[in-house]
Design a binder for this molecule. Structure first.
Ligand SMILES: Cc1ncc(COP(=O)(O)O)c(C=O)c1O
Length: 408
């Protein structure tokens, strides 16, 4: 399936040799009755006893603020079970994900960085990215002194993987004497493209004949894709030992503030990522709240909010072309944002217009969108996050006025 992939030669030797940090509670589970004198915690608890309204309100939400003097569970088995249950659709394999297939981190940004540290030798190895794409892959690579190979997506509005070009870049890396590409970061649905990648194209990269590396599919926006049963490739990690699928609770689940991301991987890869992470990376309140939104009531509320956002997305798609100066929708509609061109008075996409609209919208009308005109293939584009009904109304009115002023 992945002819050249060999974890033993792909991962960094120091990571392969890593003994994960162990705590006494790995040996002696806390059943609530033990005297816990093993972790240098503060036995008198957090100084929140007087904040009665805070602690009791939190307790109503299932949060044990008075238990915050204890370190959180390093393994997060129950949370991982829920994440697996969400993604075991059997649309892509008959096999079943288990907690051994998961790394959970402080947002998916932690997974982006952990993968780099696991596989890329600083100062030597490179990652492959497909612009326009999420900026953190490049930032994390730079932090880790890891180089970038860029292979642009096919032009808008498809914004798909340029499969022959990616395969050729991987061929070139295999042949190069002085560097290896160790990780390919794909984003599906893409940011800022809003377009899901084709499964066949991802398979073509995974199955490259000589590439000994990892293919990451970042599915931060996957819950906005129309066909929910087949949208996520998470369980496909059971078919491809070199596939990692990243997800987050920051988008469709509306929980960006708790910082919870996940990476689904073949179990040997998950073992390495879990060995290299800080042992207590998931805070107890984060874990409790994440488990709550992944429960039946949380999932139902998420679906209801998702439906409202999808309705507003449709409304924007209908309303935006009616506004003079709004050009083409450049990406897909698989996400909770849209990428639109802003046109000059000659009807051409124009970065000066887009930048002026962006600035005036924020400074004069209090509406903040994202200028993306400098990203590859996004000339003159703004990325607009879908908001509530009121926010969309305010945005549409502000945009019409602003464009009329800017294009005079
Ligand atoms: C494609 C993509 N991946 C990952 C993230 C980061 O997610 P998290 O909040 O889980 O770190 C974002 C955030 O904007 C994103 O757009």
């Amino acid at each position: 399936m992945s002819p050249a992939f060999n974890l033993e030669t792909c991962a960094r030797p120091n990571i392969l040799a890593l003994e994960p940090y162990r705590c006494a509670r790995d040996d002696y589970k806390d059943d609530g009755s033990n005297v816990l004198l093993d972790a240098n915690e503060n036995a008198y608890g957090p100084p929140l006893a007087d904040a009665v309204s805070l602690t009791s309100a939190a307790a109503d939400a299932g949060l044990d603020l008075l238990g915050l003097h204890r370190y959180p569970d390093p393994h997060q088995g129950d949370l991982k079970e829920q994440l697996c249950a969400l993604r075991n659709t059997h649309a892509h394999t008959a096999q079943t994900l288990t907690p051994a297939n998961l790394f959970v981190g402080v947002g998916s940004d932690e997974a982006v960085d952990a993968l780099l540290r696991c596989f890329c030798v600083p100062g030597r190895d490179r990652i492959l990215v497909c612009p326009p794409t999420y900026g953190m892959y490049g930032v994390s690579a730079q932090v880790n002194d890891v180089g970038l190979v860029k292979v642009p997506l096919t032009p808008a509005p498809e914004f798909g993987i340029d499969v022959p070009a990616v395969l050729a870049a991987l061929d070139a890396a295999v042949a190069a004497p002085d560097y290896d590409v160790k990780v390919v970061y794909l984003c599906s649905p893409g940011n800022p493209t809003g377009a899901a990648l084709r499964k066949d194209d991802i398979a073509a990269v995974l199955g490259h004949a000589t590439f000994n590396g990892i293919v990451v599919v970042d599915e931060a926006y996957v819950d906005f894709v129309a066909d929910q049963r087949t949208a996520s490739l998470a369980e496909w990690v059971l078919e491809w030992p070199n596939l990692v699928v990243m997800q987050t609770l920051s988008k469709a689940f509306g929980m960006a503030g708790i910082r919870l991301g996940a990476a689904f991987c073949a179990a040997p890869v998950a073992r390495l990522l879990n060995a290299l992470k800080a042992p207590y990376n998931i805070a107890s309140p984060t874990s409790t709240l994440a488990r709550s939104v992944l429960g039946p009531a949380g999932l139902a509320a998420m679906q209801a909010n998702r439906a409202k956002l999808v309705a507003q997305r449709e409304r924007l798609i209908e309303a935006l072309p009616q506004i003079p100066g709004v050009g083409r929708l450049r990406g897909g509609t698989d996400s909770n944002f849209l990428l639109y061109e802003m046109l000059n008075s000659s009807g051409e996409p124009d970065n000066a217009v887009a930048l002026a609209v962006y600035t005036k919208l924020a400074e004069q009308r209090g509406v903040v969108v994202r200028f993306r005109g400098k990203e590859h293939g996004c000339l003159g584009c703004l990325r607009i996050t879908v908001g509530t009904e009121d926010e969309v109304s305010r945005f549409l009115e502000a945009l019409a006025k602003t464009l009329a002023e800017v294009r005079q």
